[in-house]
Design a protein around this ligand. Structure first.
Ligand SMILES: [Zn+2]
Ligand SMILES: [Zn+2]
Length: 353
């Protein structure tokens, strides 16, 4: 996450504008407003946005919750999907009229050790959609052609949007977890990310135990392939999962340090805890003694690469994943944010400009 200035802070070069949901001030409601359409830089494309998923990260961005903050005014959104409408100089990666996804990794240097070894998501020069580059919560978005991913024909753009972050992030987390057949995978948090994590863990061959605070979400988890569920509002998930023999991997997707601690407590010896969610409250208690004696691995996993997003789209095109989402109008972005924060959303809200 670099803190480079976003395009809204530069002088407009044309009078053309488009509507977007703008963060003008941390913690204040988004303002749906006209923003200037800027001339494309070399390597950039203009995308007419069809759909953008609302991720918890967008809400943290709008609140300025994390140590590295974006600079208002900016447009959130890193699950934007749309049609390429204009090409900047030198663009060869995509063509006019193609449908593309604009993920969190909006730009990377392409030449550092991370970029050349399949870890572009760790590039120190990276810029992020909806954070340091204006994102998908608008009628248009500007992206770097090299970092968008083509959406295969036959995938509904309203499905493609949640796959662009929630999908690829959990696909990667299951890869990092190293799930194999016969493993028990504990998925903590059945929301936008969790409902996809359950499916990728199943595709990897694992059995899934899903943990959440509401029975409706646990019901959804069962429908998507979870073998066991634990309502953490009613019983301690660590105890319940230890009764099943303990989890080989636990995927922490809920934005609460308490849930991370429960995920740690749910592991069997030799297990792996994967950190994915980014709670505003940045600390958890990690017991050293149990980590050492039980041979526990703790690993962080941040989004996924372009290649992994291609895998995610291929799995979806092959009918192996289901995206649970509801559609709202971009003008209702603030209501959508309130519903996500209050846990009133089954999985993902997709906003329609
Ligand atoms: Zn996200
Ligand atoms: Zn790099």
């Amino acid at each position: 996450m670099s803190a480079t200035k976003n395009v809204l802070s530069k002088a407009p070069v044309s009078l053309a504008t488009y509507r977007a949901a703008v963060v003008r001030e941390f913690g204040a409601p988004l303002v749906v407003d006209e923003v200037p359409k800027l001339a494309l830089e070399r390597g950039q494309i203009r995308v007419r946005v069809e759909a953008t998923g609302l991720c918890h990260t967008d809400i943290h961005a709008a609140h300025g919750d994390w140590p590295v903050k974006p600079s208002p005014p900016f447009v959130p959104g890193h699950e934007g999907v749309g049609i390429v409408e204009e090409l900047g100089a030198g663009v060869t990666e995509v063509a006019l009229g193609e449908r593309v996804a604009m993920p969190w990794l909006g730009y990377a240097c392409g030449t550092c050790d991370y970029c050349v070894s399949g870890w572009e998501t760790l590039c120190l020069e990276q810029k992020n959609m909806g954070y340091s580059i204006d994102g998908g919560l608008g009628e248009y978005a500007t992206a770097f052609a090299r970092y968008v991913v083509r959406v295969p024909d036959g995938i509904d753009p309203y499905d493609a949007a949640p796959l662009t972050c929630a999908g690829v992030t959990t696909y990667k987390a299951i890869k990092v977890a190293g799930t194999r057949s016969s493993d028990l995978v504990a998925v903590f948090g059945v929301g936008g990310l969790g409902h996809m994590a359950i499916q990728y863990a199943r595709i990897a061959g694992g059995r899934v135990v899903a943990v959440d605070l509401t029975d409706e979400k646990l019901e959804l988890a069962r429908e998507l392939g979870a073998s066991f569920t634990v309502n953490a509002a009613k019983e301690d998930p660590a105890t319940a999962i230890q009764r099943l023999g303990g989890a080989d991997q636990a995927i922490a997707l809920a934005v609460s340090p308490r849930s991370f601690e429960q995920a740690f407590g749910s592991l069997r010896r030799g297990g792996t805890l994967v950190f994915v969610a980014l709670p505003a409250d940045n600390e958890m208690k990690l017991p050293i003694f149990e980590t050492v004696l039980n041979g526990i691995t703790v690993v962080g996993s941040i989004v996924g690469t372009r290649a992994e997003l291609r895998d995610v789209f291929a799995l979806h095109a092959a009918g192996r994943t289901t995206v649970i989402r509801e559609t709202r109008r971009l003008a209702d972005a603030n209501e959508a944010i309130a519903d996500v924060e209050a846990g009133r959303v089954a999985a993902r809200i997709v906003l329609q400009p």
